[in-house]
Ligand binder design. Structure first.
Ligand code: CA2
Length: 151
């Protein structure tokens, strides 16, 4: 499968700040890990990171016809970006939302995701493994269309 991995604002700082929440590994190491995981499953993973809402929206639009699935950590946009929600709804590429931390153990505002309703599912609290878990789910259901992904 061809995966597009999208990471939102500040995730380029992984490993540099707040290791108690997000771990000690860098964004670059996350991308290498996901590319290796994909290659081990006869697949590819392209990593994209942006600190801008519009950059993420354009990456989602650009996934049409190019990728089989999106694995996305929208960062703080998760909690308030109706524009990213609309972009996900506008494309027929299935997406799983991933959060490195367990957002439900954190501040109240992190408990709500406005983007998850447009996703197949959401994974949180499993660290970097959550991205692999999302890819593994899609791999297990290859050839299934977006509409039937939930079943
Ligand atoms: O747990 C996650 O993956 C989050 O999506 C991370 C977002 C946060 O706003 C969400 O509520 C949960 C923030 C990412 C910030 O990443 C940093 C990485 C290193 C140092 C500082 C911030």
């Amino acid at each position: 499968m061809k995966f597009l991995v999208i990471n939102g604002p500040n995730l380029n700082l992984l490993g540099q700040r707040e290791p108690g929440i997000y771990g000690e590994n860098t964004y670059e190491s996350l991308c290498k890990r996901l590319k290796d995981f994909a290659a081990a499953h006869d697949s590819t993973a392209e990593c994209f990171q942006s600190n801008y809402e519009g950059g993420i929206i354009e990456a989602i639009h650009g996934a049409r016809g190019k990728y089989d699935a999106i694995v996305m950590n929208p960062g703080a946009f998760t909690h308030y970006s109706y524009a990213i929600l609309d972009a996900l709804k506008a494309v027929d590429v299935p997406c799983i939302e991933v959060h490195i931390s367990n957002v439900h153990q954190r501040e109240e505002f992190r408990h709500k995701s406005v983007t998850a309703p447009a996703c197949v599912g959401q994974i949180c609290g499993l660290g970097f493994y959550g991205y692999e878990a999302a890819m593994g789910y899609f791999l297990s259901r290859e050839n299934v269309t977006k509409e039937s992904f939930r079943g």
